[in-house]
Ligand binder design. Structure first.
Ligand code: F0G
Length: 458
């Protein structure tokens, strides 16, 4: 039997959840246009749509909220956050933002010009869209192993350095205003990036004078994977590993809703004073003053505390064992997933589970809909609904290589029995997989279409 770690906390406040009847679930998903984003939370039993902003804050974070200083400028809360950010990440300048995508937006506003190119291992959807929205081209250059769900490479989030070098040579470094890497690689299975790879990517970008930014949403989980898997790091603490990771970069943007275990918040930090001046002006225009960035003072305090809790070693050991446990339950039933399991989520290989449904009929979406119908479970498609797009040169549809369904595990929220229930529900679906049918769009916006698209079942 897979191992389930005892949680390094006990439960002090509970939030009731309810499984509504199968008939109610059928009505709810039809009314939602077969898009799980349009479901009402009250109709969901176990919500694995995202690990973003859905974590449970600790008693220390809740008490920090009471210390929040709501001054418009120069609040104490800002300085408490500043101290934590400088201690962990070590950049010269930082800005709080209301989410990760707000940090991406102001960074893209300043650095991305029409026709320029931004490489990464894999951009997440909001980063991808923020670059496209400014006329730039996001490019994904992760190692080939990332596309083989069975491959057990310990750092499947790594950048392919050969591809990156060739891409820079071909594109010309003058057309690349920044280079990125996402840790862990959310769009590719929550897979970590090794320290060696981060260091080499930085060296390569810097040899072409390209500033290097980390998308750091899950940096603490990445640090713990490095501790577990990379030679030379076993005796280092997660915070020491994190400090080394960021020492190679020129800046980072981050959604604090993941590893800082807050319900809202983001960060942007960098070393270049001229860029900082410009992003500050963008922040003031769109988000708020530089000392609160669209957040309440209390949110900054919860973040300052959460940044350290997300790096706690007992917490990280529990966190990564929880996803490993769920992966074990699914593996026992022969359910295909991206191996090895990532930190924050399990990614079901919907393409392999439903081989009879082609890309254009959205096998991942079909599985996500079925999970809701079977068990009141909400999960997120990461496949053609999210990423298929017309090629800007030829207009031909480009499909992603993997059709996935992500089961994102909120931090400190669900227990072992919730995961057992989930595994049992999936087991039932797999029995009747060949009967499942795909979907087609009845509405789809141009960018970030998974959020608001509507479907019809085929
Ligand atoms: N970068 C990564 C790697 C992310 O996973 C996310 C968000 C963002 C940036 C944007 O941050 O939501 O605070 O604006 N990911 C969430 C998810 C939405 O479900 O994976 P945000």
């Amino acid at each position: 039997m897979p191992y389930y770690p005892p949680e390094p906390f006990r439960i002090k406040v509970v939030e009731p959840i309810k499984l509504v009847s199968p008939a109610e679930r059928r009505i709810a998903i039809a009314e939602a246009g077969y898009n799980v984003f349009a479901l009402k939370a009250k109709d969901i039993f176990i919500d694995l749509l995202t690990d973003s902003g859905t974590g449970a804050m600790s008693q220390h974070q809740w008490s920090a909220l009471m210390e929040g200083d709501e001054s418009y400028a120069g609040a104490r809360s800002y300085f408490r956050l500043k101290e934590a950010v400088e201690d962990i990440f070590g950049f010269k300048y930082f800005l709080p933002t209301h989410q990760g995508r707000a940090a991406e937006n102001i960074l893209a506003a300043v650095l991305v010009k029409p026709g320029c190119h931004i490489p990464s291992n894999m951009h997440f959807d909001t980063t991808d869209a923020n670059i496209r929205a400014r006329g730039g081209r996001p490019v994904n250059l992760v190692i080939e192993e990332a596309f083989d769900p069975a491959n057990l490479h310990p750092f499947k989030g790594n950048m392919d350095l050969k591809k990156l070098k060739a891409y820079i040579e071909e594109t010309g470094s003058q057309n690349i205003p920044m280079g990125m890497i996402t840790v862990t690689n959310n769009a590719g299975g929550g897979q970590p990036v090794s320290m060696e790879n981060i260091r080499s990517v930085a060296t390569l970008y810097h040899s072409y004078n390209i500033p290097f930014f980390i998308d750091a949403a899950r940096y603490a989980e990445n640090a713990y994977f490095i501790k577990l898997r990379e030679p030379g790091y076993a005796d280092k603490t997660p915070i020491e590993i994190a400090r080394e990771m960021f020492s190679y970069a020129d800046g980072f943007c981050m959604s604090a809703k993941k590893d800082a275990i807050v319900n809202i918040g983001g960060l942007l930090a960098l070393n270049d004073p001229a860029v900082f001046q410009k992003v500050s002006n963008e922040l003031i225009l769109r988000e708020g003053f530089v000392s609160y960035g669209g957040l309440a003072g209390r949110d900054l305090d919860a973040m300052a505390v959460g940044l350290y809790e997300g790096l706690d070693e007992d917490y990280l050991a529990y966190r990564l064992s929880q996803t490993a446990y769920l992966a074990g339950l699914l593996r026992e039933q022969g359910i295909g997933l991206i191996e090895p399991p990532g930190g924050h989520a399990i990614y079901l290989d919907a393409g392999a589970l439903l081989p009879h449904i082609p890309h254009g009929e959205f096998p991942g979406q079909a599985l996500a809909v079925e999970m809701y119908l079977e068990g009141g479970i909400r999960a997120c498609e990461i496949g053609s609904v999210m990423f298929a797009h017309p090629d800007p040169d030829t207009g031909e549809m480009v499909y992603p290589r993997l059709e996935l369904v992500r089961l994102a595990i909120p931090r400190r929220v669900y227990t072992q029995s919730h995961l057992d229930y989930l595994a049992q529900s999936l087991g039932k679906i797999i029995q009747r997989a060949s009967e499942l049918r795909g979907l087609k769009f009845t509405y789809a916006p141009e960018l970030l279409r998974h959020f608001t698209a509507r479907f019809e079942r085929l």
